[in-house]
Write a protein that binds this ligand. Structure first.
Ligand SMILES: *Cc1c(COP(=O)(O)O)cnc(C)c1O
Length: 236
């Protein structure tokens, strides 16, 4: 299991790369938020990550997030983000998540709003490649978001994407800049709030390209925590 020391060293190296990537494109380090993707990592690793200086944690599975949030309920500094495929019947369990990065269904939006105590912050996942499963296709995005504007208790704060695994560097840069352009065009056309500004894009293998294209949230897992273990800690 990854110790605080190991995570701290990796975080230090990652921070240097983030800072350099920001410098190269004239952005401030504070414009890029780091989401530590803790999926499959047991609560002890999350505590080590918190001690190492990370506090925004991203999870992909509701069945893992629930026991993890319960195990770490005493760690008030953690903010939980949901980045996985979300079914509407599980939306009720995400009441305490700070941000849902992966909204792609109106049915789920309705459920999220229904169970929220205050406006639920969401990003809309965009399907940028043809082979991807999740996400709203770009040509349906305007319609999808304009409908979301009528949903009570939902605050659309931006867009998210997961490019196809096989994408080359230049394709990745293309997907990331396309997402930034979609955000800007939607902001110009629809009566969205000023909070519609986030771009959640970039993972361990491609975060520098995402930063260059304007990412405001990069989602890093393996570069911080190592290989993900197939064994499910919450079922043991
Ligand atoms: C697992 C996951 C990540 C983290 O991937 P790494 O390549 O390990 O950094 C980021 N985003 C989403 C949506 C994921 O499911």
């Amino acid at each position: 299991m990854e110790s605080e020391k190991v995570i701290k060293d990796r975080l230090y190296a990652v921070e240097e790369r983030i800072t350099l990537a920001c410098q190269k494109c004239g952005r401030q380090r504070c414009e890029v938020n780091l989401l530590a993707v803790t999926k499959t990592m047991p609560p002890a690793v999350c505590r080590a990550a918190l001690s190492a200086g990370l506090s925004a944690f991203g999870e992909s599975y509701v069945q893992e997030l629930r026991p993890k949030m319960a195990a770490l309920a005493d760690e008030k500094a953690i903010s939980w983000h949901f980045i996985g495929n979300l079914q509407s019947n599980k939306a009720k369990y995400l009441e305490n998540c700070a941000l849902i990065h992966s909204l792609d269904s109106l049915e789920t939006a309705k459920e999220l709003g229904r169970h929220a105590k205050e406006a639920k912050k969401v990003l809309v996942e965009v399907n940028c490649g043809e082979v991807q499963k999740g996400g709203v296709p770009p040509k349906e995005l305007h319609d999808f978001i304009s409908k979301l504007l009528d949903y009570p208790n939902i605050e659309v704060c931006g867009l998210m994407t997961v490019p196809p695994l096989a994408a080359t560097e230049s394709e990745l840069s293309g997907y990331f800049s396309a997402l930034a352009k979609m955000r800007d065009e939607l902001a110009a056309k629809l009566p969205l709030k000023a909070s519609f500004k986030e771009l959640s894009m970039g993972m361990s293998a491609d975060f520098e390209l995402a930063i260059a294209a304007g990412a405001t949230w990069i989602r890093l897992g393996s570069i911080l925590f190592g290989q993900r273990n197939a064994a499910r800690w919450w079922q043991q």
